[in-house]
Write a protein that binds this ligand. Structure first.
Ligand SMILES: NC(=O)c1ccc[n+]([C@@H]2O[C@H](COP(=O)([O-])OP(=O)(O)OC[C@H]3O[C@@H](n4cnc5c(N)ncnc54)[C@H](OP(=O)(O)O)[C@@H]3O)[C@@H](O)[C@H]2O)c1
Length: 322
């Protein structure tokens, strides 16, 4: 197979395409001929040598893909060769073939192309598992989404508004604020100009916050929580060590939760994928939630895709075709 490898830890220029042996599916696994993969922030950290793959995972970068089932490992009977699928991966997506535990495969939602489907697994599984399965966002509640125009943000805005929540999103430019509103956010806050705590304070606070910033926003996120609010930290773009005012949290009877998808056992990822297929895919098939693809480029341009992501001018996801 062809695969993108990092020749050494470093900048985007260390990425290059090489030939590697085709992976072989073991028991419970499926070989997928990759049509497309998508770029995640974790990929850029792995490229720099800061985020090694979990034990047993491929060294090849790439946390999601779409494609066609090419071979079945022993004991897999719920998929058929030729099925079009998308998958949540622990690694290996930047390649023309990948082996995936069968539980982490999902059908391509009706009406979605393989390019669009490659942009869905990470955002759908992350948003659904954190905002709904963990934080239990309810219709009528308010969700604050930081980084509303990013991959995660664009999906969270659409999904939460489709399910009846009021969404407030933060973003850093007029163009991105417009995107958030167009996707269904009731309010978009320019974090350079306005304090999101004040904005949320006018309407009683956020019942759930989906946070990509970590330490930098921790005190203000607690301030922005409503009574019994739930703050879910999924990213640490603003650092890892912050100060938590437990008194404020206690008075609000609030919760601070931090989760990571990649390191979870196959059984947990499988349960999330099954729940996504049950609850999220129908909304995608109806067109109420759609993949937002900023750019599509060939696997050979992985370095350029990483530069684009790190420049932060994208809206939604960047897809690489195999
Ligand atoms: N824990 C998990 O399992 C998990 C899974 C997937 C992703 N993640 C994490 O989730 C985060 C988002 O991922 P992604 O794929 O959406 O990345 P992305 O597309 O690069 O989006 C990141 C967003 O961060 C925004 N941002 C930068 N500075 C900000 C600030 N001060 N305040 C608010 N927003 C700011 C950027 O928007 P502006 O240009 O508007 O500032 C950008 O849209 C990343 O940190 C990623 O590692 C975690």
């Amino acid at each position: 197979m062809r695969a993108v490898v990092a020749t050494e830890p470093g900048g985007p220029e260390v990425l290059s395409v090489t030939d590697l042996p085709d992976p072989v599916p073991g028991p419970g696994e499926v070989l997928v001929r990759v049509a497309a993969t998508a770029v995640n922030r974790a990929d850029t950290l792995q490229r720099q040598g800061h985020y090694p793959p979990p034990p047993g995972a491929s060294d090849v970068i790439g946390l999601e893909c779409s494609g066609t089932v090419e071979a079945l490992g022993e004991g897999v009977d719920d998929w058929t060769v030729g099925d079009e699928v998308c998958a949540l991966l622990a690694g290996g997506g930047y390649a023309t073939s990948v082996v995936v535990p069968a539980a982490q495969l999902m059908p391509v939602p009706d009406g979605v192309s393989l390019v669009g489907a490659a942009a869905l697994p990470e955002v759908a599984c992350t948003v659904w598992s954190n905002v709904f399965m963990v934080a239990g966002l309810q219709p009528g509640e308010t969700l604050l989404v930081h980084g509303g125009a990013g991959g995660i943000g664009t999906f969270a805005i659409q999904l939460a508004s489709a399910l009846g929540a009021t969404v407030v999103a933060t973003a850093g430019s007029p163009k991105k604020l417009r995107v958030c509103l167009d996707l269904g956010a009731a309010t978009a806050v320019d974090y350079h100009e306005e304090d999101f705590v004040e904005v949320l304070g006018r309407t009683g606070g956020a019942d759930v916050i989906l946070d990509n910033m970590g330490a930098k926003y921790l005190p203000r996120n607690v301030d922005a929580l409503a009574t019994e609010g739930r703050l879910v930290v999924i990213g640490m773009q603003g650092g890892v060590k912050g100060e938590l005012d437990l008194g404020k949290l206690l008075r609000k009877r609030g919760a601070v939760i931090a989760t990571s998808l990649r390191s979870r056992p196959v059984g947990e990822k499988g349960a999330i994928c099954a729940s996504v297929v049950e609850h999220v895919w129908p909304l995608v098939a109806e067109g109420r939630v759609r993949p937002i693809v900023h750019a599509t480029m060939p696997l050979e341009d992985a370095a350029e895709a990483h530069r684009m992501l790190e420049a932060g001018e994208h809206v939604g996801k960047i897809v690489l075709t195999a």
